[in-house]
Write a protein that binds this ligand. Structure first.
Ligand code: FAD
Length: 393
């Protein structure tokens, strides 16, 4: 009898790398993605890849595919942030200390999230279904089915993996509500501008900090890579973030994109030093997008009674703040670990998801704790696990 497929909810970074692993292991799978396509919504921001993240990706892809992936990554010189006072333009003394960002070959390695998804999906296309909003699951005698928002059900799978991000319904159902996401109240705006707007900065990874506002700190992070500097058709991204209460979208609607978000970014940075102003003034307005700083349980990935035919990967299991740039790097570790266990077993076996969860809890809890710790300093956020507001549905 043909092997039942592994069902995967969501076609994000973690899911697609797991799918790729299953493809190479010749284990059947189906991926269900809520969006209409990979490029349905802004994929703008750039991910920094740590040594652990790159190692995980390398362990999944075959050597030629990994080389292609690595070649597509941008490499920036320097090993850490250079920090500037956004108003005066002065370099912070302490700016070279702290976080070390370099991973391979002494370079800071990064890639756009959208591009990473495309590269991971290569070869898996026919097994990925779009416009499939997973709402939950039902167990069968010896398998599981995904349940979609329109009430229909998937074919029977051997296993269902929730890789559907911070609002995962699989995570809620399987953990009985123990997997939580907290809204820190801090908000950000992502933007991008032609590379020529970044000329004043030169190559490197930069953190601009504005402590002049009575409402609270505003910061911006950007990565300026040497190769595309003179091509006005290429854009670099930046991420503006602020302490709770500083950035407010109309009607608290953070799904709004475009001019509204661009105007708020412009007004927050109107007094910034001329060296940094072009990044904001020349931004591609339609691409501006808000984002919320959320975090899963800071004390670590909670325990729940293991359900052998279900588990969760990536942000569905352990979302974290952007501080530290660890979210995607931790997500790909899940894909590598779960993919390896499935490869070794030739597919589903009892005890497999419990083994995966035990391993994942160790490194993911550490990453969430680290990211939360940095966010408390950067954005002055605090989460009281007993009484804090949850991220809304
Ligand atoms: C501004 C910003 C900068 C960041 N920078 C970094 C960085 O430098 N380094 C780093 O390591 N991390 C970074 N992160 C974090 C990183 O983006 C996430 O941790 C990572 O994308 C998680 O991958 P994932 O596959 O778990 O989830 P996602 O990539 O969010 O994918 C989830 C997928 O599931 C789909 N989906 C959602 N709900 C459903 C449903 N009900 N049914 C079906 N499909 C569904 C979604 O459409 C999406 O395609 C950053 C995040 C932000 C916001």
């Amino acid at each position: 009898m043909a092997q039942k497929p592994v069902l995967i909810s969501g076609a994000g970074l973690a899911s697609l790398l797991l799918a790729r692993s299953l493809l190479l292991s010749k284990i059947p799978f189906r991926v269900f993605e809520r969006d209409a396509s990979l490029s349905f919504r802004g994929q703008g921001y750039r991910l920094r890849l740590s040594s652990e993240g790159l190692d995980a990706i390398e362990s999944v892809l075959d050597p030629a595919a990994f080389q292609r992936f690595y070649d597509r990554c941008g490499k920036t010189g320097g090993s850490g942030f250079t920090g500037f006072d956004a108003i005066t333009g002065a370099v912070f003394e302490e700016s070279k200390m702290g976080e070390s960002l370099g991973s391979r070959d002494g370079k800071i390695v990064g890639i756009a999230r959208g591009e990473m998804r495309k590269l991971f999906m290569e070869g898996c296309e026919e097994f990925v279904q779009f416009n499939k909003h997973v709402k939950g699951y039902e167990l069968t005698e010896d398998g599981v089915r995904a349940i979609f928002a329109d009430g229909s059900k998937s074919e029977e799978g051997s296993l269902l993996i929730g890789g559907d991000g911070i609002k995962s319904s699989i995570a809620k159902q399987v953990s009985g509500g123990r997997l939580k996401v907290y809204d820190t109240g801090a908000r950000g705006i992502h933007g991008q501008a032609p590379t020529t707007a970044f000329k004043g900065l030169g190559e490197g990874v930069f953190r601009l900090q504005d402590d002049s506002k009575p409402t609270g700190r505003v910061g911006l992070i950007t990565n300026v890579r040497p190769n595309d500097m003179d091509d006005a058709n290429v854009e670099f991204g930046w991420t503006l973030s602020a302490m709770p209460g500083v950035i407010k979208a109309p009607n608290d609607d953070y799904t709004i994109v475009g001019k509204v978000a661009a105007d708020i970014a412009k007004s927050l940075t109107k007094d910034w030093h001329p060296r940094f102003k072009p990044l904001i003034d020349q931004m591609n307005e339609p691409e501006a997008a808000f984002w919320k700083i959320t975090c899963s349980t800071p004390s670590g990935v909670p325990e729940w009674p293991n359900e052998p035919r279900l588990t969760v990967i990536g942000d569905a299991a352990h979302s974290m703040t952007p501080a530290g740039g660890l979210g995607a790097n931790t997500a790909v570790r899940d894909s590598a670990l779960l993919g390896r266990l499935l490869h070794e077993a030739g597919g589903y076996r009892e005890g497999l998801t419990a083994e995966y969860e035990k391993g994942m809890r160790v490194y993911a809890s550490e990453a969430v704790g680290q990211s939360y710790g940095m966010a408390t300093k950067m954005f002055k956020v605090t989460i009281n696990e007993a009484s804090h507001t949850m991220e809304a549905e």
